[in-house]
Design a binder for this molecule. Structure first.
Ligand SMILES: NC(=O)c1ccc[n+]([C@@H]2O[C@H](COP(=O)([O-])OP(=O)(O)OC[C@H]3O[C@@H](n4cnc5c(N)ncnc54)[C@H](OP(=O)(O)O)[C@@H]3O)[C@@H](O)[C@H]2O)c1
Length: 235
């Protein structure tokens, strides 16, 4: 299968790339920083020599359609799309800087919306693979409930949830599965130097494993939502 993953240079996106690679699937990856992206591509290619990996840097807050057109120009059939790229800018509605909402919506929602729209015609045309075509949208527990310091990030993730739910309804009859993923805290660069020696928060691989498992069901079954929280609950 051909797997498109955004924000794949590190964190949750990289863990998702690795689990699909280790199961023999081809990867088409994107993030902004070209050096970090190519480093990840090389690392995975060395580990999993038999698969095809292609990567290209785009700022998906502005260039999501360009990334989609690049994928389409490669002539590959997209089996799985993972809309993972995102940015966490903490803040509160009443005092976060001007422009944060716009940036969060562009990065966390428009990236997924425009990329999906660019790839969907091809995905809708081609006959399904054994487990069906599949789109995963990485939302957040911040899509499900408000919390202090959520601000524009949480608003953008609620919007991502709305996008995902609408897409699920629309794609049922086309045999394309849509899964919304709602992780709680996951140890990635987004958490800076957080001390996780006591496993207070989750690993990126936990999210990747759930996504891979959901991609393996029969064509008649769709996991609509994956909610993951740290064992001790939210921070
Ligand atoms: N970590 C958590 O606790 C947590 C919890 C719930 C949900 N999430 C969600 O999970 C997703 C991944 O988060 P993460 O924690 O793995 O973050 P991360 O480690 O910071 O990785 C984010 C990835 O997205 C890329 N990216 C960011 N902005 C981009 C843009 N404008 N265009 C293209 N690529 C972009 C980054 O690369 P560049 O910087 O080079 O572009 C990187 O590859 C996000 O949507 C996040 O909101 C995370």
């Amino acid at each position: 299968m051909n797997i498109v993953i955004t924000g794949a240079s590190k964190g949750i996106g990289k863990a998702i790339a690795k689990i699909f690679a280790s199961n023999g699937h081809n990867l088409f990856l994107c993030s902004r920083n070209e050096v970090a992206l190519y480093k990840t591509m090389e690392e995975l290619q060395t580990q999993f020599a038999a698969i095809e990996i292609k990567a290209k840097a785009f700022d998906l807050s502005k260039q999501a359609k360009d990334f989609g057109k690049w994928i389409n120009s490669l002539g590959v059939t997209v089996d799985v799309l993972v809309n993972n790229a995102g940015l966490f800018e903490p803040g509160s509605v009443y005092n976060e800087p001007e422009g944060v909402l716009e940036n969060q919506i562009e990065t966390n929602l428009y990236s997924a919306y425009h990329l999906t729209r660019t790839l969907l015609p091809g995905m809708m045309e081609n006959p399904s693979t054994s487990s069906g075509r599949h789109i995963f949208n990485i939302c957040s527990i911040a899509s499900l409930q408000a919390y202090k310091n959520g601000g524009a990030y949480s608003i953008s993730k609620f919007a991502m949830d709305g996008f995902s739910k609408n897409l699920r309804e629309e794609m049922k009859e086309y045999g394309i599965k849509v899964t919304a993923v709602y992780p709680g805290a996951v140890l990635t660069d987004a958490w800076g130097n957080f001390d996780n020696s006591k496993n207070r928060i989750m690993e990126a691989d936990d999210v990747a494993q759930m996504i891979y498992a959901a991609s393996q069901l029969s064509t008649g079954a769709c996991v609509e939502e994956i909610v993951l929280r740290p064992q001790l609950g939210d921070l």
